[in-house]
Write a protein that binds this ligand. Structure first.
Ligand code: GLU
Length: 510
């Protein structure tokens, strides 16, 4: 029987979620949806030293903004609750003990000072220290100490950890859905800590494997940085006797800097002026980091650009809705090598979504922008404005520059534009055009355009001359959008007022 697809996104709440983490969540989500499976959100908060307040909420808000829906997990619950590892402590202790009993793990009592001393001693001899099969039987571990001594140490409250007893010289044969078959000799691996008495918490490795097993996870899709942990994870599944049901693994390629050299970091973003976080983040010490949302990205554009950083559809298609991504995504088409992030391409994606965005939605963004500049703008007017400017905009932050002249009549006339466009019969023609417009009742742009163009044609007037002069008179510069659309938005009264002022200000003959 085919196994039900169950994937998890398992972030640690150690700060803002990097865009690379959002991509991991997205790929898991797409994979789950495509296979009619479950997308689980598990919070891996077993490293109490790195816990950052607010980070979990940030993760939830980010997923929500991206439209990534959680089927099971923190915030929604489910059959394997709790989904926050700090609330599952007892479970992990039991499994750590199971490994000790089966001989796959052992107690270690070495204090950090003792370990540092051994490390220093070995380094002095030019050797490197690894906690592994070469030393574990000489150190303070249950492999050397007698059972009574171990018991006594535990009872008197000595701190201990459980370490995995990595076998010597065994080949771990692993398969990765993206990287293929990989083999590693266990002698190259050390004995990782699985559990610590100091805080009664497991480490990532133990908690992750136990939970993936208990939560019946079928596929682990995660960042490449976890690839070095894969042999240990295979060995843990084996030690628990769970190899038959262990998940399949897929390690995603890194997100690279715009130069293609090295991992994309927050510093690159700060330096080159782009966000690396989905939402604005204020760290507990008050440091503020920009977010895609606050920079004016549409969530659909952000999701679209992330989807293509590592996955390629094998076609020329670049614009994908979430549903199209769900239909077309495949781990087979995720590359092995890093995916270079391009801020220009990110802009391009947002522009594509901007150009086709519903005017009502954009109007809702426009109204507060106008208000910020001190102008009330009705929803109807805002819809008209955004309909005219959205094709020239990448971000809502550009709206005001593209349309402020609709609220602020020209105080002066751009000199360059005046030199270039206010010449010959400009004054006379604009004056005639003013009278024609004054006679029009219905100021809808199609109507004014039809009437004015008929006049232009009948009189053999140069289209370039009249339209450029008309623009200079209305806008005060050679910018803006369609003249008749502008006049419709300004309304008849304001249009005539501006024309009269221009005619009174600009020279009659040049
Ligand atoms: N807690 C790990 C992280 O923060 C999860 C790694 C995994 O998916 O196994 O990325």
């Amino acid at each position: 029987m085919e196994r039900r697809v169950r994937v998890r996104f398992a972030p640690s709440p150690t700060g803002a979620l990097h865009m690379d983490g959002v991509r991991t969540a997205l790929y898991n989500y797409l994979f789950a949806r495509q296979h009619g499976g479950d997308f689980i959100l598990r919070i891996e908060d077993t490293d109490s030293n790195r816990f950052v307040p607010g980070a979990e909420e940030y993760i939830l808000d980010s997923l929500k903004w991206c439209g990534i829906e959680i089927d099971e997990g923190v915030s929604v619950g489910g059959p394997h609750a709790p989904y926050r590892q700090s609330e599952r402590r007892e479970i992990y202790l039991k499994y750590a003990m199971q490994l000790i009993e089966s001989g796959d793990a052992y107690y270690a009592f070495d204090t950090p000072e003792e370990l540092n001393a051994i490390r220093a001693e070995m380094e002095a001899k030019g050797e490197t220290f690894a906690y592994n099969y070469t030393v574990r039987e000489k150190l303070n571990t249950s492999l050397r100490l007698s059972a009574e001594e171990v018991k006594e140490r535990i009872e008197r409250g000595d701190q201990w950890v459980v370490r995995f007893k990595m076998p010597e010289n065994e080949i771990v044969k692993m398969d990765d859905l993206i990287r293929g078959h990989v083999e590693v000799n266990t002698s190259t691996l050390d004995d990782k800590v699985l559990y610590k008495s100091a805080d009664s918490l497991p480490t990532y490795h133990l908690a992750n494997i136990v939970d993936d097993h208990l939560m019946e996870v079928s596929h682990v899709i995660r960042g490449e940085e976890w690839l070095p942990s894969l042999p240990l994870h295979y060995m843990l599944y084996k030690a628990f006797g769970w190899s038959d049901t262990q998940p399949l693994f897929a390690h995603l390629p890194l997100l690279l800097k715009p130069t293609g050299q090295g991992k994309l970091s927050k510093r690159d973003g700060d330096k080159l002026g782009f966000p690396v976080f989905p939402l604005r983040w204020v760290s507990p010490d008050g440091e503020v980091s920009r977010g895609y949302r606050e920079d004016g990205y549409f969530p659909e554009a952000f999701v679209n650009l992330l989807a293509l950083l590592g996955w390629n559809p094998g076609t020329e298609q670049e614009i994908f809705s979430m549903q199209e991504l769900i239909d077309q995504f495949s781990l087979k088409r995720v590359g092995k090598s890093g995916a270079r992030f391009s801020p220009d391409k990110a802009h391009w994606f947002n522009a594509q979504y901007m150009h086709v965005r519903d005017n009502k939605e954009l109007a809702a963004l426009y109204i507060p922008i106008a208000k910020e500049h001190g102008y009330e703008c009705s929803p109807e007017k805002a819809e008209k404005i955004v309909g005219c400017i959205k094709n020239r905009a990448t971000f809502p932050g550009e709206f005001w520059d593209l349309s402020s002249f609709l609220f602020e009549a020209p105080e002066a006339y751009d000199e360059k534009a005046q030199k270039k466009y206010w010449k010959g019969d400009a004054h006379k023609l604009v004056s005639q055009l003013r009278d024609i417009l004054a006679g029009i009742e219905n100021f809808e742009n199609q109507n004014t355009e039809a009437i004015c163009h008929a006049w232009i044609q009948e009189n053999g007037i140069s289209m370039g001359l009249i339209m450029n002069a008309f623009r200079l008179a209305i806008v005060g510069a050679s910018k803006g959008f369609g003249m008749y659309e502008q006049c419709e938005i300004l309304g008849k009264e304001e249009t005539l007022r501006r024309l009269d002022k221009a005619l009174a200000t600009l020279p009659e003959t040049v």
